[in-house]
Design a protein around this ligand. Structure first.
Ligand code: NAP
Length: 913
């Protein structure tokens, strides 16, 4: 049997451990000893750990020689293993020649450059710094020089523009290097390993980049040189630059994530002065922009200041932040516990700047980290918070905030905002009164306010900040940064979880939300609880379920023979979305739109109706508690003509979701086209026909007919704007409606027995009076109401019934949006004429039919021009069912899967193979 080659491995690190494991598989090789560095504290080098598992003798030397002379005891131990070949995969120690030459076959050594270019300890950095087109590694026979011995083999790869020190190491130098060490050993074993003398032409010996003075970047250089220097030190240790602050102080920073930037100067940047750079550098939404001496720009994505890595775009924001520095002794003890958890997971030393993911952590590690931290500190940490604070210092600060406040996202967290306390419904509810931009409550730039009036008593409840166009711009910029920044870090499933958190918080606060809605909009409390708030919660839950189910198709297309082609589609979020909503269901309109928008992965800003923005502001508070990153959701109460218009006009807003009247919808559509051709969906007014045939279930028809008009005091976009009642039952139907109306309880919406509350606001109330006056003037018969409820303060409008209405009358054609029933007769033998009359409107939102004849009902459903058809019921909407109109009632659905598509764009990808 041939003698096995006896190998001593001298080195350290994962690389050396992997080489060891690779060689263990070779039948013709015996690893006789591993020589590595001593333990650091209690931490053993992975090479030693791996060797021990395989019962290989391990020797740990702090040094091999003293004053240039090999230590005898070290030499003796080395000789004891009787190695015939020394393999040095990665070795940071100086090995004496007695050892290098001590093995019969000599010593082979891995070096991360194509020798002789870039000799020395920082070869990979210099490959990038010098702008080489190829990178590679060499395995050479060690001699008495530094990286000068004869070559055994080399491997090379083209350098990509996206390469950094990290990427080139991870994608090539490490994996291919381990394999090549195996090949080199095999070549030695079979006696075919060459010894090619290194040329001296092109040989260099580069400075070591672990010396701080060598890490300072020269900014008086071309853009390409700056870029190469930064990527050559990315991610360790990072190129050093110095910021010159306006107050005369200086701050040393490190730069990461460099790339050449061809888009040119930025228009909306903030100036930053850097030492050694004669021109101004700019912080902008994409990072830090530096101009090279050749006029070309380099963009820097990340900056390390002190121990914390931040997005360069957030430089000025971070400067304003109060990061936690005053840790108590107890917190410092906890810090080392957390560091221990990180270290155990990452299997490497952890310092303030350790990035969890850059250190190789995956999703299971996130789960382990969260669970261990939760168990150790009893805090309600969630997985997505690790993604938002991946650097150790950030993570620990987050934890300290949890510990100091009880919980950073618990229900009792007191956010910093101005509020008023609403005392109603036996509760005291704090309601924010400022704009919500980028995760913070702030005053309006213009300091203007809106007076919020309680429609039940006509008194001012509070004043809230009124957004200007400048505030809208700030919110759009925040949403834009979030869309391209923090929101992208969140996976779809985590996004769904955030939405579920929010829904749970809304559920826990539903009485508060319903109380606010009732006081602010006049909604009857019980209805507010069930519909305004209840359906809002359902919308968030329903759309949360969609987050991780948004998928495209694979499409069979004609291949370009002889090749094959794969075509698939991706559904992608659109970007920053503007949402504009009316006052009839303030929180529900917000939720219908925003839940779909957020589920699709967009960021947004909403301008709620100026008359009742309070639930939207309370909602904003809940989004912070639910854990949404800043900028993802922004809430800006304000006027439509000002803030609303600014949203429609903004060039960074890519989609507008609007619910409101048809005239404003048309105006907005023009603005969307003129500004940047933004996609828009419009949920507009309606004049929905309800047909009641004589063969209906009369009790049901009366009950639903009443609610089709009077539900939510008629402030209901799908309200039946016109009832067509068959002549045979017309009088009976009216008699029964009037009977029920006379017993309807009208009064304080917070009273649980109330069925009908005040109209939303004065202008609307006055409009309803005018609507009725026109009906009377045109000859319709006012059989009930048409006036203010006598003896009641507040905007209480008496539920109203008109009969003898002809098709040409104003009240037959225009939407009242109030509690006004408009009744016309029809003859049951002439369904064709009836359908013509029902469709003779420019609106097409909803419709209804009552009949026991299924054929008649389906015939109606076929022929009616409306987006929603109710048969033998009315007002039955559901978050899973698409909702939206035809004709001038708009287009683009709310709710259901179709709503999700309103907030997605389709990308088609074709690949030839
Ligand atoms: P609106 O007057 O059209 O207002 C709707 C929203 O648009 C409000 O937030 C309003 O701000 C804003 N706005 C006004 N002018 C604007 C402009 N130039 N640019 C951008 N935004 C502007 O409607 P409304 O009176 O609030 O609501 C009633 C209407 O909504 C009815 O026609 C009803 O049928 C319809 N609606 C439809 C649906 C549906 O799903 N189809 C649902 C509910 C309501 P201000 O607060 O300053 O007015």
């Amino acid at each position: 049997m041939a003698l096995k080659m006896r190998i001593a491995i001298i080195g350290q690190s994962n690389f050396a451990a992997d080489v060891l494991e690779l060689l263990l598989d070779r039948p013709n090789i015996q690893i006789v000893g591993v020589f590595t560095i001593p333990d650091r504290g209690s931490r053993e080098d992975i090479l030693a750990t791996t060797a021990i598992i395989h019962n290989i003798p391990v020797f740990k030397f702090a040094c091999w020689r003293r004053k240039g002379v090999a230590l005898p005891e070290v030499l003796e131990q080395y000789k004891s293993v009787g190695a015939t070949l020394n393999v040095l995969p990665f070795c940071s120690q100086f090995i004496p020649m007695e050892v290098i030459d001590g093995a019969l076959l000599g010593s082979i050594c891995y070096h991360p450059s194509i020798l002789p270019r870039h000799r020395g300890a920082s070869a990979i950095s210099w490959t990038l710094i010098e702008g080489d087109e190829v990178a590679g590694f060499s395995i050479f026979w060690a001699d008495d020089g530094l990286d000068t011995g004869p070559l055994l083999l080399t491997r090379q790869t083209n350098l990509e523009p996206t390469d950094t020190l990290d990427t080139i190491y991870k994608r090539f130098l490490y994996p291919e290097g381990v394999k090549a060490m195996g090949v080199a050993v095999d070549m030695v074993a079979s006696g075919v390993a060459p010894k090619i003398i290194q040329a001296e032409v092109g040989a260099t010996y580069d400075p070591a980049m672990f010396k701080t003075e060598n890490q300072v970047i020269n900014l008086q250089a071309t853009a390409e040189k700056i870029w190469n220097f930064v990527r050559g030190l990315d991610s360790v240790p990072g190129a050093i630059a110095t910021v010159l602050h306006e107050n005369g102080t200086e701050e040393q920073i490190r730069l990461f994530g460099a790339h050449l930037y061809s888009a040119g100067p930025v228009s909306n940047g903030k100036a930053l002065r850097l030492r050694g750079l004669t021109k101004t550098a700019w912080i902008h939404s994409g990072g830090l922009l530096i101009e090279g001496t050749d006029g070309v720009f380099v963009n820097i994505r990340r900056i390390k200041r002190d121990t914390k890595v931040i997005n360069a775009s957030e430089w000025f924001k971070q400067a304003e932040d109060q990061s936690i520095t005053d840790f108590s002794e107890d917190e410092l003890v906890k810090r080392s516990l957390v560091a221990g958890i990180w270290k155990a997971i990452l299997k490497e030393d952890v310092d303030s700047s350790t990035d969890f993911f850059a250190s190789g952590a995956g999703s299971m590690d996130v789960v382990r980290l969260v669970e261990e931290v939760k168990e150790t500190f009893d805090v309600p940490l969630q997985n997505e918070q690790v993604f938002m604070a991946p650097v150790f210092e950030e993570f620990f600060s987050l934890l300290v905030r949890f510990l100091r406040q009880g919980s950073a996202c618990s229900d009792d967290q007191q956010l910093n905002f101005q509020a008023f306390t609403l005392k109603a419904n036996k509760r005291e509810i704090r309601v924010p009164t400022q704009l919500f931009i980028n995760g913070e409550f702030v005053d309006s730039d213009s300091q203007r306010t809106l007076e919020i009036v309680n429609p039940t008593n006509e008194e001012v409840i509070c004043k809230v900040a009124c957004a200007s166009a400048t505030d809208v711009d700030k919110a759009v910029q925040a949403a834009h940064s979030a869309f391209y920044g923090s929101w992208r870090q969140i996976t779809p499933r985590q996004r769904g979880q955030l939405m579920l958190n929010l829904a749970d918080l809304m559920e826990r606060n539903k009485e508060e939300l319903a109380t606010i809605e009732s006081v602010d909009s006049g909604a009857v409390y019980t209805l507010a609880l069930k519909t305004h708030v209840g359906m809002s919660i359902e919308a968030w839950r329903y759309f949360a379920g969609w987050c991780d189910k948004i998928q495209g198709n694979t499409i069979p297309v004609n291949p370009a023979r002889p090749n094959n082609v794969l075509t698939f589609t991706r559904k992608e979020p659109i970007g920053v979305c503007g949402l504009i909503t009316p006052w009839n269901y303030p929180l529900m309109m917000l939720s219908w739109k925003m839940a779909a928008c957020i589920a699709a992965g967009n960021t947004c800003l909403i301008k709620p109706a100026q008359t009742c923005p309070l639930t939207a502001l309370k909602f904003a508070e809940l989004t912070v508690r639910a854990g949404f990153p800043p900028g993802v959701i922004n809430v800006l109460p304000g006027k439509g003509s000002d803030a609303g218009q600014a949203v429609a006009d903004h060039e960074l807003v890519r989609k507008l979701g609007f619910t409101g009247s048809t005239p404003i919808g048309k105006h907005i559509m023009k603005s969307c086209a003129d500004s940047n051709l933004k996609k828009c969906s419009l949920e507009l007014g309606g004049k929905s026909p309800l047909i009641i045939f004589a063969d209906c279930d009369m009790d049901k028809a009366v009950r639903h007919g009443m609610s089709s008009v009077f539900f939510n005091k008629g402030e209901n976009c799908i309200a039946a704007g016109r009832l067509f009642v068959e002549d045979r039952i017309h009088d009976e139907f009216i008699r029964r409606v009037l009977k029920d109306l006379r017993t309807m309880t009208i009064g304080d919406p917070l009273d649980r027995s109330t069925a009908h509350g005040p109209q939303n606001h004065k202008a609307h109330f006055d409009k309803l009076l005018e609507f009725c006056r026109r009906g009377v003037d045109e000859g319709a018969k006012l059989v009930y109401g048409g006036c203010r409820v006598p003896h009641l303060k507040g905007y209480f409008f008496t539920p109203t019934v008109f009969t003898n209405v002809t098709d040409d009358m104003f009240i037959a054609q225009e939407e009242s949006f109030g509690p006004i029933m408009i009744i016309s007769k029809f003859n049951g033998s002439d369904v064709d004429s009836l359908m013509q009359r029902a469709n003779r409107t420019e609106y097409g939102l909803a419709s209804g039919v009552f009949t026991k004849d299924i054929g008649k009902a389906l015939n109606f459903a076929d022929r009616i021009e409306a987006g929603t058809v109710f048969v033998n019921l009315y007002n039955k909407t559901d978050v899973a069912a698409p909702f939206g109109g035809f004709k001038q009632s708009g287009y683009g659905k709310d709710l259901g899967q179709e709503a999700l598509n309103e907030y997605l764009k389709t990308k088609c990808v074709t690949v030839e193979y």
